[in-house]
Write a protein that binds this ligand. Structure first.
Ligand SMILES: [Mn+2]
Length: 479
């Protein structure tokens, strides 16, 4: 067996320790039609791949203490001629380490027998296998209970168990993530060299993604955001079709996937090679916030704590530049900074770019542990059309608002929030013109170790002088 399959075997062992005498049925992803007989690019479901390493659609894994069984698309000369190779039943055993394997159409017939003797079934409702599973389960009791066999009486979602395993990266997993980070960093470095006024955003995207592929990444971890000028103030801009102009900043949020792990990098740099004064002023604040956030990322800290650290540094800078109407403490208590920094500071990172795992445990913010990986990504976004910003003079606690949403439901809680803001006094503040249409984010990928952290994406420059120097280098891909 190669390293990849021993990685999956280790994960299955850990998963089985959690489900005890239960049995788990885990479906693969299905193909999604794009149009006519053309599908969207297929990418295996991360939880399924985590446990199996099996990359094909229309498969199901069945796991219990006794066996790892795969149900797969059978070999089919004609289908394979048109649509690509299949491992088939033999390949599932030989190449993916299944103890036994069957054609996917045999799922119900085989499961009927496999479920006997298990009182707990682990299955996540809400997918395309639901109708087959409920039909099967509906048939089971009359078949077996009257003869005294035990059939599942409890159905539990296996997702929280798998998510907890995914949250803590083993050394082998951390190595894949590190490699994805390294490849992604190389692409960003090339993008800084390649970008120039007159090019379209998608041309810079192509140069960067060429380097991802060249370094061994078969696909991106998520659609690339290549946002120049005012487009950088649109958080999830993916049109990437604007022609860049002299003096623009270019914000690129993009990363490669490697071994089913994704990095997540953002850099913002001047396409002409030099930051303007206002661009530099905003950039310095964002960079200071990012550094403070990374320094705060140690075992025992929380993602919330890192966010608060970044938020304070950003707010101090926004107050200094005259973007906010009140002082630092009021701007934080009244959340005025959210006019310019409206997202969280980071998220778990792994097989999915926004990876599995809860941020709270038993109502408390989760303490960070060695092996956890996440992003630190503060930003400031000043909309082009925001000449006057309105700020509410109301202190509130975001955690309390979240709690209220859980208690009352989002719709009712939002109505209360709106009413509270409606009643509050407001202050109008003119946004200095030189900062409008600037959007800057800096994002790195952090892996916690026993004493602190490693910045896995430090290979892309962040300091202003280093960024400007790299922007002046000539890309080998140009012309
Ligand atoms: Mn991110």
């Amino acid at each position: 067996m190669n390293t990849i399959s021993s990685l999956h075997a280790d994960r299955r062992r850990q998963f089985l320790q959690h489900i005890g005498t239960g049995i788990a049925v885990i479906p693969a992803a299905f193909e999604q039609t794009r149009n006519d007989d053309v599908d969207h690019e297929f990418r295996q479901d991360s939880a399924f791949f985590f446990l199996t390493g099996f990359p094909e659609p229309d498969a199901v894994a069945v796991l219990d203490a006794g066996r790892f069984t795969l149900f797969v698309r059978p070999r089919d000369r004609e289908m394979e001629t048109w649509n690509g190779y299949r491992a088939g039943v033999d390949g599932a055993v030989d190449r993916y380490g299944a103890d036994d394997a069957y054609p996917i159409d045999d799922l119900e017939a085989v499961l009927q027998d496999r479920l006997i003797g298990h009182s707990n079934l682990y299955y996540a409702w809400g997918g395309r296998l639901d109708s087959r599973m409920s039909a099967l389960l509906g048939k089971l009791p009359p078949l077996h209970e009257r003869f005294g066999y035990r059939v599942p009486s409890t159905i539990a979602d296996p997702t929280p168990i798998i998510d907890e395993l995914r949250l803590r990266k083993s050394p082998a997993e951390a190595e894949l993530l590190r490699k994805a980070s390294e490849i992604s960093a190389a692409g960003h470095v090339e993008a800084m060299r390649y970008a120039a006024p007159g090019l379209f955003e998608y041309q810079v995207q192509a140069a960067m993604e060429f380097v991802f592929r060249q370094h061994g990444s078969a696909r991106n971890g998520y659609p690339s955001i290549v946002a120049s000028g005012a487009n950088a103030t649109v958080l999830h801009y993916t049109q990437n079709d604007r022609r860049m102009e002299e003096g623009d900043l270019l914000l690129i949020d993009a990363a490669a996937e490697y071994g089913y792990f994704s990095a997540d990098i953002t850099r913002t740099f001047p396409v002409s090679g030099r930051f303007s004064g206002p661009q530099r002023a905003i950039y310095e604040i964002v960079l200071a916030a990012e550094k403070a956030g990374i320094a705060a990322a140690v075992p025992g800290a929380t993602m919330r704590g890192i966010h608060q650290t970044c938020t304070r540094v950003l707010t101090e800078g926004l107050v200094d530049l005259g973007l906010l109407p009140k002082g630092v403490d009021d701007s934080i208590a009244m959340h005025h900074y959210r006019e310019f920094f409206m997202h969280g500071t980071g998220h778990w990172l792994g097989m999915d770019v926004h990876d599995a795992g809860t941020y709270k445990v038993d109502g408390e913010h989760r303490r960070l542990e060695p092996g956890m990986a996440f992003t630190v990504e503060p930003g400031i976004y000043v909309r082009a059309d925001r000449e006057i910003a309105t700020f509410h003079l109301l202190e509130y606690d975001l955690d309390e608002w979240t709690e209220r949403r859980l208690k009352l439901g989002v719709k009712a809680a939002r109505a209360i929030e709106a009413a509270e803001l409606e009643e509050a006094k407001t202050i109008e503040h003119s946004v200095p013109a030189e900062f409008r249409a600037i959007g800057i984010r800096v994002e790195d990928d952090i892996l916690l170790n026993a004493t602190g952290n490693v910045n896995m994406t430090a290979g892309v420059p962040v300091e202003i002088e280093d960024v400007e120097a790299l922007c002046h280098e000539v890309s080998g891909l140009a012309d």
